[in-house]
Structure formats: structure tokens, C-alpha cells
Design a binder for this molecule. Structure first.
Ligand SMILES: [Zn+2]
Length: 452
């Protein structure tokens, strides 16, 4: 049998035009399962032909609308037709775009300007339509450039892709996002001044390409969550960005931060991160040690003391168990002095237990002692950044960067992580971090990508 695919355009002025898209032939005598339905190759070729027809007809329809002068209703002349290459997800299409003469009705008495303008040029400033650019960038932020090119080539009839086309597109999309990131916040409703803007910051190390004379460099990831705007995620390389502090500042602004508002930076203790925000905002910046990072270390103390206490039965075990039990509550409520005293007691208890225990119990005592010391050191190093988490939670304020922790994975590790074996230039990593964050936020929609 033969299936003939034909589509019909009905133009705005009533004319109809039909296009032969293709013919699908199937033998029914020796049919096989491979011959059932439309194959990927046939699907791609049909899409490409439909795209060609739709695009060409649409350009003609647009041009025809443009030929009516909005002031005097004169029907304007077509100056000439120019071929224009348009890259789409469904193929590279060359369209004939008419250029239309300017109407002289606003300039009476002057001779006619013998030039034309193309409506297509006004609508489409880049050679590629936004959907293709978005997909190239998004796939490039999730997969290796080669893999992203392969996926597009395999599944769509778009013009042949390779690692360089993907890398360059990702870079140009990243630049567009970087330049536009200080747009008004996307939140809705009345913008009241938030009392504080919490920012969750973390960082990861990326393996550097050898020509940069260093083993690795830092990529900073963050998430800003004010009450007045949508959550905003971002990623950047200070080495790779042209103006890292401006970029950070405009991300804060896009997330609803305003000049006079204080920023609370949650981190795992790295003082460089609040300093960076301070430089970017010149606002009051409070540094808070994030609860999630403390909580993980408390959990280690709890899980190492439990088996130790169940294996040995020394005097005072009940008191030690009570100390362990109250540890989390004390730190949560900002009772750091008492928590540090408790950790001292726990450490001494575990070290004493080492002296009279053997084998498993001895190992358990050692790991309990070391976990208590790790938490103690962590708290002491970050004393000024420990807040009353209980109070903050009760006031509905943020306490934890567990989400930022996920961000390191999503923005920095997926493509830039050390497991990827890939080496990066700071600029390349910066671009990937920008696009990955935009993908997570859903900011890579076509609206944001309208030609750079
Ligand atoms: Zn006119």
C-alpha cells in the first residue's frame, strides 16, 4: 500500500496551497514488525518537510500582513526576496523572505526610498529559533557536548550537530542569561520589603584544564529564597565570570532582594561565601551555619554512641545516654556552651571506654570519641555563625541548606564534577553552571531566550 501525506495551508487572505510531504510505501505480503507504523527516519523526514512548508507559508502570511501600511492602508510593493536560513529543531530550512518597501505616506513630497525591510528579520534575530537553542543548551548542561549532539542528531531532523555546535550554543545562551538576569522579580502580588533574604551558598571544585596552571578551581552554587519572589538558583565561577559580583547581585535582585534589606547567608562554614555576598551587595550580611551540616555531624555522634553504650555497661551510662539524647535539642536551641560541655564529657567518656574495652567495643569507643571531637571542632570553628535554629524555625525563617546541598549535585556535579573526568576552563564551567541553574528554575523557556 501507499500512504500519501499532503498538507494544506489556508492563508489569512483565503488562498489555499497544498504541499506534498511524502509517500510511505509498505508491502503487506511479507510484512515484518519493522515495517509497522512510521520509523524514526520516516518521522524525521516527514517533520522536516512539514516544517519547511509551515515555515515558508508562515513567512509569506506574515509578509502579506506587513504589506498593508498601518497609516494609509496602501498595499506596499515587495522590493525583493532574500533567501534566509533558519535553524529549527525539525531541520535547517531555507525560506524566501520578501523585503517590503517602506510607505512614503508620512514623508510626502520625498522620492520613494528604494529599500525594503524583511518582517522575518524583525521577528527572528538569531538564525536559530529559541526552541532549538534552548534544547541545545539544556542537553549540553546535562550531558557531554558529544552526547548532547548525538541525542539531537539521533532523534530530530535538525541540522547536523557536533560537540562544538553544542558548546558554542551553550555559551551564547549562558551569555544571554547572564546579561538578562537583572530582570524584575518573577513573583506576583504586592512587593513588600522582605525582612531578610536568605541565601544558601555552597561550592564545589572543578578539575581545571592544564593550561590554567592549577589543579582545580571553585564553582559557587546558591539558591535565594525571599518571601516576595520565586526561588532563584544560580551557579558561577569567579574565575570564569567577567563580573562575578555584579552577576551575584543581579541574581539577588531577581530573587526579590532590595538594596536596604539584610542578607542571611547559610553555608557549611566557608567564610568566603558570605564575604562574596557582602562584596556584591554592600548590605548587612549575616552568616549562619546551616542546620543540615550540623545535623549530619550530630547524627554521627548519636549513631556511634548508641552501639557503644549498648556494648558496655559502665557506671554513669544513663547520664551519658541522656547527654547524647539532649545534644541535638541543645544545639537547635542555640545552647552552644552547654552542648560543647556535653561534647567534652562524651569525648572523655569514650576515651576512658577505650582503656578497658577490646575489639569491636574498642573500635566503637574510638569512633565515638572521634565523632564527638569532629562535631566539637566544627562548632568551635563556626561559633559566630551558629544561630538559634529553634527560634528561627518558629518565626518561619530558613535554617538549612539541605537544598543547596542538592544544588551542588545538580549544578556543579552533573557536568563539572570530578567523577566526570572532564577538565574545564573557568569560562566553560561558568557557562555550564549558569545554564544548569536556569534549567532547574525553568528559566530556559522560550520567553527568556528571545534572541540575545
Ligand atoms: Zn502609508
Amino acid at each position: 500500500m501507499k500512504v500519501r501525506i499532503r498538507i494544506e495551508t489556508e492563508f489569512g487572505w483565503g488562498e489555499r496551497r497544498s504541499h506534498e510531504i511524502g509517500v510511505i510505501e509498505r508491502s503487506s505480503i511479507d510484512a515484518s514488525e519493522d515495517s509497522l507504523g512510521i520509523s524514526l527516519a520516516e518521522g524525521k523526514s516527514i517533520l522536516e518537510e512539514v516544517q519547511r512548508a509551515v515555515l515558508q507559508d508562515h513567512v509569506e502570511d506574515i509578509s502579506e500582513v506587513e504589506r498593508a501600511c498601518p497609516h494609509c492602508q496602501a498595499y506596499l510593493r515587495v522590493h525583493d526576496r532574500r533567501k534566509r536560513r533558519v535553524d529549527t529543531l525539525f531541520g535547517r530550512v531555507t525560506v524566501e523572505a520578501p523585503r517590503i518597501r517602506m510607505c512614503m505616506c508620512g514623508l510626502p513630497g520625498l522620492p520613494e526610498f528604494k529599500v525594503g525591510h524583511s518582517p522575518l528579520t524583525r521577528i527572528l534575530r538569531d538564525n536559530a529559533i529559541p526552541e532549538l537553542r534552548r534544547l541545545q543548551a539544556e542537553l549540553g548542561s546535562r550531558h557531554s557536548f558529544r552526547e548532547a549532539a548525538h541525542l539531537l542528531n539521533e532523534l530530530t531532523p535538525c541540522a547536523s550537530q557536533n560537540h562544538a555546535t553544542i558548546r558554542n550554543r551553550l555559551a551564547s545562551v549562558a551569555k544571554a542569561l547572564e546579561e538578562r538576569c537583572d530582570e524584575a522579580p518573577t513573583g506576583t502580588g504586592v512587593q513588600s520589603n522582605p525582612s531578610e533574604v536568605p541565601g544558601f551558598l555552597d561550592s564545589a571544585y572543578v578539575r581545571s584544564r592544564p593550561e590554567y596552571q592549577r589543579r582545580n578551581f571553585e564553582v559557587i552554587v546558591g539558591s535565594i529564597e525571599s518571601e516576595t519572589a520565586e526561588k532563584r538558583r544560580f551557579g558561577l565561577s569567579q574565575m570564569g565570570a567577567d563580573r562575578p559580583t555584579e552577576y551575584l547581585r543581579s541574581n539577588l535582585k531577581a530573587a526579590g532582594w532590595m538594596d536596604s534589606v539584610a542578607v542571611t547567608v547559610f553555608s557549611d562554614g566557608d567564610p568566603a561565601l558570605p564575604r562574596l555576598v557582602k562584596n556584591a551587595t554592600s548590605a548587612d550580611v549575616h552568616h549562619a551555619l546551616d542546620w543540615w551540616h550540623i545535623s549530619v555531624r550530630i547524627r554521627h555522634v548519636e549513631t556511634t554512641f548508641q552501639p557503644l553504650l549498648s556494648q558496655i555497661e559502665p557506671d554513669g551510662a544513663a547520664e551519658i545516654a541522656a547527654l547524647v539524647e539532649r545534644l541535638r535539642w541543645r544545639i537547635w536551641h542555640g545552647q552552644i556552651d552547654r552542648a560543647l560541655d556535653a561534647l567534652d564529657d562524651l569525648f572523655r567518656f569514650a576515651m576512658r571506654a577505650r582503656e578497658y574495652t577490646y575489639r569491636e567495643s574498642n573500635d566503637a569507643a574510638l569512633s565515638a570519641a572521634s565523632r564527638a571531637m569532629v562535631l566539637r571542632t566544627y562548632l568551635c570553628r563556626n561559633l559566630s555563625a551558629i544561630v538559634n535554629y529553634g527560634d528561627r524555625r518558629q518565626q518561619g525563617k530558613a535554617v538549612s541548606t539541605s537544598r543547596a546541598e542538592g544544588l551542588v549535585n545538580e549544578i556543579a556535579n552533573v557536568r563539572l564534577g570530578k567523577k566526570q573526568r572532564m577538565r574545564w576552563s573557568p569560562k566553560g564551567a561558568h557557562h555550564v553552571a549558569i545554564v544548569s541553574a536556569a534549567v532547574l528554575d525553568g528559566r530556559l523557556s522560550s520567553g527568556h531566550l528571545a534572541a540575545a
